[in-house]
Design a protein around this ligand. Structure first.
Ligand SMILES: Cc1cc2nc3c(=O)[nH]c(=O)nc-3n(C[C@H](O)[C@H](O)[C@H](O)COP(=O)(O)OP(=O)(O)OC[C@H]3O[C@@H](n4cnc5c(N)ncnc54)[C@H](O)[C@@H]3O)c2cc1C
Length: 534
């Protein structure tokens, strides 16, 4: 196989989060030979634990992060058009009250503190209006509607809130299914020639002549790979990989900042999100989630443990409940919580004194002491495509034969339909597969887009889709996920390829896991048998 033994690949990528998979897709599409190794499941770490927004980040304007905000805002619509199944526009309602304060360390807070000391750190309404106008102008909107004031005494968005919230604004950003984004990038990279190895850890890598020799341990045992360049997209592990796997000195560091979310029963009946500002200068979102739930987050805590030990602590749950209860008329309590998740932001350490203030921008550092090594620090889901382009620009001198930028405007698998065409696609499915329910059809469209038809094949009734694992998950879908989307265990299916874990019982998930282990065991034995026979 390419990349093993004597035939080197061009790029070996460590890490199957959004940055690793985005770079793999971009590089493969430029004609480079690529291998990517992910030690667990794709998107198992930070890239499945985000707030799931393609956004500029309204609050970063207070830190004067104009480059980052502009790049992210411009990306929203480029990405929306390329993946209208897993991304869609959202409106955010920002209720205003005079007590909202800045985090004390933002440049805006410092300037206002000098010019308007009587405000004592409070955010004036005119400043929020100015920020929203800037947000609208910076991003070059073509599809998303602009910000507008909202009278919360009349608008349905005011109904679930405390009566003291009488005015606010509404603005646009986009939703994205983060873990599906990662998998679809990996799938597209593979379609363009890349090799994607999951549950395969890079245990060491060293320079050998003008190549990298990379050692992996995984499902196929211990293997050696040769590559002309190495990309370290290890997310929260990036610095650890440099020190412990590559044994190289580095002055770069990551700041690990934990962010936790909680999912509650549905707290309101409309389809808009809330942007709540706290008295501590922080903000949280409350977002309609998976039809029957509300997603609330996030927190910002420096994280000391291993990246994969991040959990939403009871203190974080209480913090999020109290924050949301300042706004909702009916208090949010721990009894409302049905699920929590937590991830670690791998931020480039810029020496900021608080976790909230640390930059969300990305830094790509290239080490040219022999075969090139590119380390990826920080980044956002929203800027992954631009990050991949920048990574390729940094690597371009080593690969003069590589093609130019190409990913803007090219659909991800299943995304070849208009940005507002999901309902029409679901109607088509209901017509041709009348046994589907409305919700089931829309779930398939939102996950697979135009591929939903390929998944359903020639089925004339639900029985044709094989075993029913619960919550409309069928054998046909699981087989699709195992064949095309690298799923191997039930948790890959119910928490990352979908969120059906919110609806399935522990027994149903265990039965699915047993079934998947049997199928992958049988497939492995068959492959071994065939290999032995050849
Ligand atoms: C709480 C929270 C909310 C966020 N919300 C948003 C948002 O709404 N919008 C937005 O744009 N961004 C958001 N972000 C930022 C975004 O999620 C991250 O920037 C992005 O997911 C980082 O991706 P990554 O590929 O660098 O890291 P990861 O997704 O962590 O991927 C790194 C991968 O490397 C693998 N790996 C590590 N070591 C090895 C090894 N030795 N061998 C093989 N594999 C290895 C890991 O298993 C992991 O899967 C949020 C982040 C957090 C934490």
């Amino acid at each position: 196989m390419r990349g093993t033994g004597t035939e080197p690949v061009d790029l070996f990528i460590i890490g199957g989060g959004i940055n690793g998979c985005g770079i793999a897709r971009d590089a493969a599409g430029r004609g480079l030979r690529v291998t990517l190794a992910e030690m667990g499941d794709l998107a198992q770490a930070t890239s499945s634990a985000s707030t799931k927004l393609f956004h500029g980040g309204l609050r970063y304007l207070e830190y004067f992060e104009f480059r980052l905000v502009r790049e992210a805002l411009e990306e929203r619509e480029t990405l929306l058009v390329a993946m209208p199944h897993i991304s869609w526009p959202m409106r955010f309602v920002l209720p205003w009250q005079p007590e909202m304060r800045f985090a004390g360390d933002t440049p805006t807070a410092r300037i206002l503190g000098r010019l308007m000391p009587w405000m004592k750190g409070r955010r004036p309404a005119w400043l929020i209006r100015l920020a929203l106008e800037t947000y609208d102008r910076l991003g070059g909107r073509r599809i998303l509607p602009p910000a507008r004031p909202v009278d919360l005494t009349k608008d349905p968005a005011g109904a679930p809130l405390k009566p003291r919230f009488t005015r606010g604004w509404e603005y646009s950003d986009c939703w994205v299914e983060d873990s599906r984004l990662v998998v679809l990038n990996a799938r597209d990279a593979e379609r363009r020639g890349a090799t994607i190895l999951t549950r395969t850890e890079v245990v060491s890598a060293e320079r050998q002549g003008d190549l990298w020799r990379v050692t992996t341990e995984g499902r196929e045992g211990r293997r050696e790979h040769l590559a002309r360049a190495l990309v370290n997209a290890g997310g929260p592990w990036v610095a650890r990989i440099i020190r412990e796997k590559l044994h190289l000195p580095t002055r770069e560091n990551v700041r690990l900042v934990r962010g936790s979310h909680m999912v509650t029963r549905r707290l309101f009946d409309h389809d808009r999100c809330y942007f709540f500002q706290g008295k501590d200068g922080r903000i949280i979102f409350a977002i309609p989630y998976e039809t029957d739930f509300t997603l609330i987050g996030t927190t910002d805590q420096d994280h000391r443990g291993a990246p994969d030990e991040a959990r939403c602590t009871p203190e974080e749950q209480d913090y999020l409940c109290a924050f949301a209860s300042d706004y909702f008329a009916r208090p949010v309590t721990r009894d409302d919580i049905v699920w929590t998740y937590s991830g670690v932001r791998p931020l480039h350490d810029d020496g900021a004194h608080s976790a909230t203030a640390a930059t969300r921008d990305y830094v790509l550092s290239i080490d040219r002491q022999g075969a090139p090594l590119l380390n990826v620090f920080g980044g956002k889901i929203t800027t992954y495509r631009r990050l991949a382009e920048s990574a390729m620009t940094k690597l371009a001198p080593f690969f003069p034969e590589a093609g130019g930028s190409w990913t803007a405007g090219v659909a991800l698998p299943g995304g070849d339909f208009p940005w507002d065409g999901a309902s029409a696609l679901a109607e088509g499915l209901l017509r041709d597969f009348p046994f589907l329910t409305d919700r089931w059809a829309m779930r398939l469209v939102r996950a697979y887009g135009t591929d939903a038809r390929n998944l359903l094949g020639l089925a004339r009734n639900a029985l044709d889709l094989g075993q029913d694992f619960g919550a409309t998950l069928t054998e046909a879908e699981v087989r699709w996920l195992m064949r095309h989307e690298y799923a191997l265990r039930a948790e890959d299916v119910v928490w990352r390829r979908s969120k059906l874990g919110l609806r399935m019982s522990a027994e149903e998930i265990a039965a699915l896991d047993g079934w998947m282990r049997d199928v992958s065991g049988a497939a492995g034995a068959q492959a071994a048998g065939l290999a032995g026979a050849s």
